[in-house]
Write a new protein. Structure first.
Length: 101
């Protein structure tokens, strides 16, 4: 019988060392978009730090979003991966696919 009182192990992707120089390679107001790009970069072997850029809501209501930081030496590769993704057609738009069987 499983022990439901034991907490599940935390599985976190490696993050860059905070003492290293990090650079912003992507920002968006949409959290889901930031998470997609984060996963894309991690699948390319690039360690990612995802940060919230929420502004003070009484001063700047509705302003905020997410930004992705990577090590300075990974920034060029991260930008290339993001650009390739932006140029690729959305899933399901493959005009050569024949789904009729």
């Amino acid at each position: 019988m499983p022990d439901f009182n034991t907490p599940a192990p935390q599985v976190n992707a490696p993050q860059p060392d905070p003492n290293e120089k990090l650079v912003k390679v992507f920002d968006t107001e949409q959290e889901i978009e930031a998470r997609v790009v984060k996963g894309l970069l991690e699948s390319a072997g690039i360690e990612v730090d995802l940060k919230s850029i929420d502004a003070t809501q009484d001063t700047f209501p509705g302003v905020g979003g997410m930004m992705i930081l990577v090590r300075e030496e990974d920034a060029e590769e991260a930008q290339r991966v993001i650009e390739e993704y932006r140029k690729s057609p959305p899933l399901g738009d493959d005009e050569t696919a024949d789904i009729s069987g």
